[in-house]
Design a protein around this ligand. Structure first.
Ligand code: ADP
Ligand code: MG
Length: 281
């Protein structure tokens, strides 16, 4: 595991005191904890090595670590340290206190103004990642957290791909992501552009935020895939013309004509109140 410090469970618990369970993901448990010496509150993501090896995800974990160490952005969760015991890997991360965006939108759909605010923060983050050659590939409300100011924090780069992953023609080939947020070209399995699939997921997220339901949904997975494949979705009747137009550009089934981050930033519905910040300076 390269530069991950090897410790014993005892060393971990002498340094951090577990406060409570924050959430469970596909194969990780995330706890709130406190650095006993400094009093700093942190989040600790714990993953069992067994399940990682069983799912052949060792390279994914290494990638998640190197990607998170490389990215410094106000809307991306910071990684402080990585430790491993004989059986587990622990990520010590910045604690995000406001819960999942998903929990908030599950209660009540957002106004267009509030949806726009989160979408602007999401696009700012995605644009930053893409300019660093990183594609998230698993963007969905469960991986979007809120801090105590109500701002976005993107987490879970477990599926993300950095540029060296690209194959011959610059396309990615792994089947990944979560069914409802997956772009049609992933289903087609002919290779895809990592930037374009993140844009598609951002389109699904914006749809969920502003309407309160998924654009492509069905009891059967096959039927859902069919709808995604055809790009069949219906916007709620209260949707403004500007947002309607943006949906048609984000959820364009053709990745070549689908809107890009640079074009989104020029979109009139998107631009309202948008402050462009260059985080590299
Ligand atoms: P997985 O890779 O298994 O999906 P995640 O990294 O998405 O795991 O974490 C699982 C859940 O734990 C998240 O959906 C979220 O609710 C919670 N969580 C993750 N990271 C943090 C954090 N830094 N602060 C607070 N809660 C977090
Ligand atoms: Mg997750």
């Amino acid at each position: 595991y390269g530069d991950i410090s090897q410790i014993t469970e005892q060393i971990l618990f002498e340094k951090y005191e577990i406060v409570r369970l924050l959430g469970c993901g596909s194969f990780a448990k995330v706890y709130q904890a406190r650095n006993i010496q400094t009093g700093q509150s942190v989040a600790i993501k714990s993953m069992s090595k067994k399940s990682i090896i069983k799912e052949r995800l060792v390279s994914n974990i290494k990638r998640e670590i190197s990607i998170m160490r490389q990215l410094h952005h106000p809307y991306i969760v910071k990684l402080f340290e990585v430790m491993a015991t004989k059986t587990k890997i622990y990520f010590v991360m910045e604690l995000v206190k406001g819960g999942e965006l998903f929990a908030k939108v599950a209660k009540c759909r957002f106004s267009e103004d509030l949806s726009r605010r989160y979408f602007q923060q999401l696009i700012s983050t995605v644009g930053y990642c893409h300019s660093h050659g990183v594609f998230h590939r698993d963007l969905k409300p469960e991986n979007l957290l809120l801090d105590d100011k109500g701002d976005l924090k993107v987490t879970d780069f477990g599926l993300s791909a950095a540029t060296p992953q690209l194959q011959n023609n610059g396309l990615l080939y792994t089947l990944c992501g979560t069914p409802a947020y997956v772009a049609p070209e992933i289903l087609a399995q002919k290779g895809y552009d990592g930037a374009k699939i993140d844009i598609w997921s951002c389109g699904v997220i914006l749809f969920v935020l502003s309407s309160g339901y998924l654009p492509f949904n069905d009891q059967s997975l096959m039927a859902m895939y069919q709808k995604i494949y055809k790009g069949e979705f219906r916007v709620p009747k209260w949707t403004s013309p500007g947002l309607r137009h943006l949906f048609s550009r984000l959820l364009d089934t053709n990745p070549v004509t689908r809107i890009t981050v640079d074009e989104i930033i020029q979109d009139p519905w998107f631009r309202k109140g948008y402050k462009e910040i260059n985080f590299d300076e």
